[in-house]
Design a protein around this ligand. Structure first.
Ligand code: ADP
Length: 341
């Protein structure tokens, strides 16, 4: 068992798990001012944290949900910082057995913040042990087997669970109801992403001009982690092919090399749209059928790719399945004629 977070959430169509993790840590905001955007979330969160501090009580359990790379882990760090408590990090898949959860919970000190990433991947058995731990700070453990089995109850110190998920709809209602507050992280505004890219460039010690910042921000899928990774790729390009300064030409060339278009779509995103157009007449097509046609896990399409395609209006969900929009035809330079053939 590991209490380290061993799985970086998959970063959309444009990255691999664990990609450039060390740099990710360098760029992670360490205070509220550096955490750009998400103003409503920050405001509401600060009220809850402030109230808990004033009462000198453990803060309510918190749930953060939203796409990978939008800042859930960063926010959990800030929560711990604000509460003056260490952040203990684990994840749904790491808590596979009862013993895993018991080890994590019994090692907590009063006031600790426990971060569970990918909480939707907890199995039901573990979830059921978590309920009384969250609600009453009791850990019920079954010791022994068969007729000799008995339940031992342990008291836990006051702690705050901060959970993150990309798929809140997969959480069971009882688990969801045990969070005092939940916060949805949305895609960022372009100006916010621009501010993030500017700050990251400063931290990385790389010069970048405004046009390049704008190109990267627009290609970032409105997602900070993607923006930071595109910045690093542009830095690589500028170091190898230019003077080290990221200008408009270097930024454009980087996007071209990565096959990322001006809407931030990469080849995989475009393939999803193309397959729906070419094989299914533009849709509607069911997710499972689409997954089979793409040789891709339907859950990955649903979780990783389609939220962004839907958010920019290229894909819609209808009762009959997924359907591409007129804007998608236009973006791909296709006409509806092609659909009729
Ligand atoms: P998640 O947990 O939602 O997958 P992270 O919190 O790991 O996302 O964020 C990924 C990276 O994006 C962080 O390392 C950080 O550099 C950057 N980042 C995320 N949110 C913000 C923000 N609001 N302001 C500045 N940088 C951010």
């Amino acid at each position: 068992m590991s209490t380290e977070m061993n799985q970086e959430p998959f970063d959309g169509a444009q990255g691999k798990p664990g990609d450039d993790r060390a740099v990710d840590l360098v760029l992670r905001p360490q205070n509220w001012d550096d955490y750009v955007g998400q103003d409503k979330v920050k405001r509401n969160l600060k009220v809850i944290l402030g109230a808990a501090l004033k009462r000198k009580e453990a803060c309510d359990h918190l749930l953060f949900f939203g796409q990978a790379g939008l800042g859930k882990t960063t926010l959990a760090n800030l929560v711990a910082l604000e509460l003056g408590a260490p952040l203990r990090i684990t994840s749904g898949p790491a808590l596979e057995k009862m013993a895993d959860l018991a080890a994590v919970l019994t090692n907590l000190n009063a006031g600790d913040v426990l971060f569970v990433d990918e909480v939707h991947r907890l199995n039901r058995l573990i979830e059921e042990v978590l309920y009384p731990a969250m609600e009453m700070r009791k850990l019920h453990l079954v010791v022994g087997k068969g007729p000799a089995a008995r339940t031992v109850t342990m008291d836990l110190p006051p702690f705050t669970l901060v959970a993150a998920t990309t798929r809140p709809n997969l959480l069971s209602a009882p688990l969801r109801s045990r969070f005092g507050a939940s916060f949805k992280l949305d895609y960022y505004e372009v100006v916010d992403i621009e501010a993030i890219v500017r700050r990251s460039a400063r931290l990385l010690g790389v010069q970048i001009d405004d046009k390049a910042i704008s190109i990267i921000a627009r290609a970032s899928r409105y997602t900070p982690r993607t923006a930071n990774r595109l910045l690093r790729r542009a830095r690589d390009y500028a170091e190898v092919h230019g003077t080290g300064v990221i200008d408009e030409a270097a930024a454009l060339k980087t996007m071209e090399m990565l096959e990322i278009d001006e809407l931030g779509l990469d080849s995989h995103d475009r393939r999803i749209l193309e397959i729906i157009i070419d094989k299914f007449g533009g849709g509607p097509v069911g997710l499972a059928t689409l997954g089979a046609a793409m040789n891709e896990d339907a859950g990955v399409i649903e979780d990783v790719y389609e939220p962004y395609l839907m958010s920019i209006g290229l894909l819609t969900r209808t009762p009959g399945g997924r359907k591409v929009t007129e804007a998608a035809y236009q973006h791909l330079g296709r006409s509806h004629q092609a659909k009729m053939l």
